[in-house]
Design a protein around this ligand. Structure first.
Ligand code: SF4
Length: 259
């Protein structure tokens, strides 16, 4: 099964394991990926080097026109979305107008489908920007990636394109913890003849330590669902994910499994 790229600005609604009927907003280019990470499991495929940080993105007006049109088509139908979800071919918060687009979409949602949540699936690499943080604090589901509890496993799984300092990232997450959902994908496998496994107890314990520090309002735990660019990856069983989630709950944090 090949990896795939979204070919539209507005996608769906499609069924999402985590968000229900999800209407996707792709603030990245269609037909190509732009991201600050190069996750070994990315359903969009490998990030193409540092050129992936260059922007060739839809404008604010294009997003507004396309989303309003689609929401108007969906109002009052069985396909009304549960979530308007910023995801797509890369990292949505890299869009330079991300914050004002969030303002626009909140107003549009309130006007047209007030029951829909607004969700952002992010890798957290833009949390040094106060405009991005302010926008994320306004939405319903601020979902940020944390695929491990130490720099070595995060670098092995997410392969950030720029310098990554876990202690700085944890401080950023702590600042937004009151409206923060952590998303963690567990996997095991091999890449370039090295074993990678964030589900073993030592790795999971490091991750618990970070959750204790960050105190998010919830954690989403999930495993592989689609084709991955690295071929020797293995899906972690739902039973294993449930055991991890139970331990998260024991430290007083809500945890949900999407196997
Ligand atoms: S952060 Fe998301 S879009 Fe970027 S490489 Fe990882 S999975 Fe893909």
């Amino acid at each position: 099964m090949p990896v795939f790229l979204f070919d539209e600005l507005i996608i769906g609604p499609i069924h999402s394991r985590r968000l229900g009927k999800s209407l996707g907003v792709n603030l990245l280019p269609t037909h190509s990926k732009q991201c600050s990470f190069n996750c070994i499991y990315c359903e969009c495929g490998w990030t193409k080097g540092r050129n992936a940080l260059k922007m060739d993105l839809p404008t604010r007006d294009e997003v507004n026109v396309a989303l309003e049109k689609r929401l108007n088509e969906l109002v009052g139908t069985d396909a009304e979305p549960d979530s308007i979800t910023f995801a797509g071919n890369g990292e949505p918060t890299m869009h330079p107008q991300f914050a004002v687009i969030i303002d626009d979409v909140i107003a549009m949602r309130n006007n047209l489908i007030p029951t829909a949540k607004i969700s952002v699936l992010s890798n957290g690499s833009m949390l040094h920007k106060h405009q991005v943080i302010d926008a994320l604090m306004l939405i319903d589901n601020n979902i940020q990636k944390l695929d491990g509890g130490n720099e070595a496993i995060i670098k092995a799984i997410n392969m950030p394109l720029k310098a990554f300092k876990l202690n700085e990232y944890v401080e950023q997450l702590k600042r937004i913890h009151k409206n923060l959902i952590i998303q963690t994908l567990f996997l095991r496998g091999r890449l370039n003849e090295k074993n990678i496994d964030n589900s073993i107890s030592t790795e999971v314990n490091d991750w618990f330590d970070l959750l204790r520090k960050i105190q998010p309002k919830a954690v989403m735990i999930y495993s592989l669902d689609r084709a991955t660019p690295a071929h020797e990856l293995e899906k972690i069983s739902e039973d294993e994910l449930i055991l991890i989630a139970q331990k998260v709950k024991e430290i007083g944090i809500e945890a949900n499994v999407f196997g």
